[in-house]
Design a binder for this molecule. Structure first.
Ligand code: SF4
Length: 483
């Protein structure tokens, strides 16, 4: 069968729908209705946001359009507070693992697009996956996101094998405990196979929600050219029982104000249809130059650093219980500035490109430009140290998914802020493991200080005796304890 026609029947069904849940005109009319919000209007929205409730599109638009520095500062401060109330000051760490850069799609902005001849294509063998994973484990990683192109070589049965391979690769320091997936949209039956193998979050980024722009940057005749097949990928995931889902936009393709409202509409659609289960995470990469990809060097709707700050705070305020991921595409100085605005997850020690961890180790060279350009190429240890210096706690926790707190169960604890009671102890446990197994001499002091301060902060909690007991077990050599 022609690979590009694989989902033809589904495409035809989706084409019969009169409309989808992203109404471009409606989004622009909401934004235009709130072109110049008053301080009073902004403060009224912030009052509602304080209650940790999802905002309406009109309320989000008021925050998006706000240009007043005084109330912008209030937005930044509340975004920080809300994130601390829900998840505490923990920042969860992960690192991507590129499995394949073979791709049949031809997205104008992407270094992996099929017409890019500058990339020597590669799909990792099972042995090569183990090599990469071992290096990641030895650096201290516990969570990964596996990244695949969309090609005949990387269909679902192959993905299942790769996930199995990741989970069964072990070193003296343990294993990767959560493998998330970033891949193409799939059918329900395909997704069920991923559910069975035990993936963490399933990420499919819409890239842009604006219909016309989507068409422009994703050539027709490719699978990715079908907007609705991608738009409804999370509906199919929920139907398949894959209930931790990651949404995302590639900022720079279209107006950021439109895209954040569209992310909210997507959230509302999912929450209404699936019993309150919206996105587990939202990612907001900005376009950075990709290898031999002129479109990526000069994006039409480039998002400035100030706008970037604002969009992160707006997302935190509007969908307060969702994980927000700021990737290593951003330079360290930008990450330092935006992390306090509501970011809850970051990648660190990231190596991009297929086989990049082995390459970096063996050739001592770090590829920084591939599918995109990496902005923060520091080691994991450097970033761990910096997060401690920022008075937050690095976390390698994978507890919720392994304890079955996914989908509806996760939303229950996140929306009520109860998850805080898991996040901080689990951050302490996993950072303790990091301190014992991986930390460099120069980072150890601040890491231990961070651990001790956080243990102290738990003194009044019912979990405190259990926390002390589990910490003792880690000190005695046990690993992978959790609440
Ligand atoms: S307790 Fe749950 S939400 Fe908190 S860091 Fe761990 S896995 Fe994430």
């Amino acid at each position: 069968m022609n690979f590009l026609k694989k989902y033809q029947e589904e495409f035809e069904e989706l084409d019969k729908m009169e409309s989808d849940f992203i109404n471009d005109e409606l989004i622009w009319s909401i934004l235009n209705n709130h072109k110049t919000p008053t301080k009073e209007e902004v403060r009224q929205v912030l009052k509602k946001a304080e209650t940790c409730t999802r905002l309406t599109p009109d309320e989000m638009a008021i925050l998006v359009q706000n240009q007043d520095q005084e109330t912008l500062n209030e937005m930044y401060s509340l975004a920080h507070t809300l994130k601390e109330e829900v998840y505490g000051d923990r920042i969860v760490f992960f690192a991507p693992l590129y499995i394949s850069d073979e791709c049949a799609n031809n997205c104008l902005y992407c270094g992996f697009r099929s017409t890019n001849k500058s990339i020597k294509r590669k799909t990792l063998s099972m042995d090569e996956i183990s090599e990469e994973v071992k290096i990641m484990i030895e650096e201290g990683q516990k969570r990964t996101v596996l990244v695949y192109g969309e090609s005949p070589k990387t269909q679902v049965d192959f993905m299942v094998k790769t996930v199995e391979q990741v989970y069964k690769t072990k070193t003296e320091h343990g294993e990767i405990r959560r493998a998330n997936i970033n891949c193409a949209p799939l059918r329900v039956e395909e997704l069920k196979k991923l559910k069975e193998i035990g993936i963490g979050t399933y990420q499919v980024f819409q890239e842009t929600y604006h219909h016309e722009t989507y068409k422009k940057v994703h050539p027709q005749g490719t699978i990715k050219g079908h907007y609705r097949w991608r738009l409804y990928s999370m509906d199919r995931a929920q139907e398949a029982g894959v209930d931790d889902n990651g949404l995302g936009v590639l900022f720079g393709l279209y107006d950021w104000r439109f895209e954040v409202l569209a992310l909210l509409f997507h959230t509302i659609h999912l929450e209404e249809k699936f019993n309150g289960v919206g996105p587990h995470t939202i990612s907001f990469p900005r376009i950075t130059p990709a290898i031999d990809t002129p479109y990526s060097s000069n994006p039409e709707y480039a998002v400035s650093d100030e706008e970037f700050k604002k969009l992160i705070a707006v997302l935190r305020l509007s969908i307060p219980y969702t994980g927000l991921i700021c990737t290593a595409r951003e330079p360290d100085e930008v990450r330092r500035e935006v992390i306090p605005l509501g970011v809850s997850q970051i990648d660190a020690g990231t190596r991009i490109g297929v086989g990049a961890y082995s390459q970096a180790k063996n050739a001592n060279s770090i590829p920084t430009k591939e599918q995109f350009t990496i902005g923060d190429s520091r080691t994991l240890d450097d970033v761990v140290k910096e997060i401690c210096e920022m008075k937050a706690i690095p976390s390698f926790c994978t507890a919720c998914y392994r304890a079955g707190r996914t989908g509806e169960e996760f939303m229950k604890v996140a929306k009520t802020k109860f998850v805080y009671n898991y996040c901080i102890p689990n951050a302490v446990f996993t950072l303790k493991e990091y301190a014992l197994d991986y930390a460099s001499e120069s980072s150890l002091h601040i890491i231990n200080k961070t651990i001790n301060e956080h243990i102290d902060s738990l003194k009044d909690k019912p979990s405190y005796p259990k926390v002390l007991e589990l910490l003792k077990r880690i000190e005695d050599g046990e690993r992978d304890v959790r609440l």
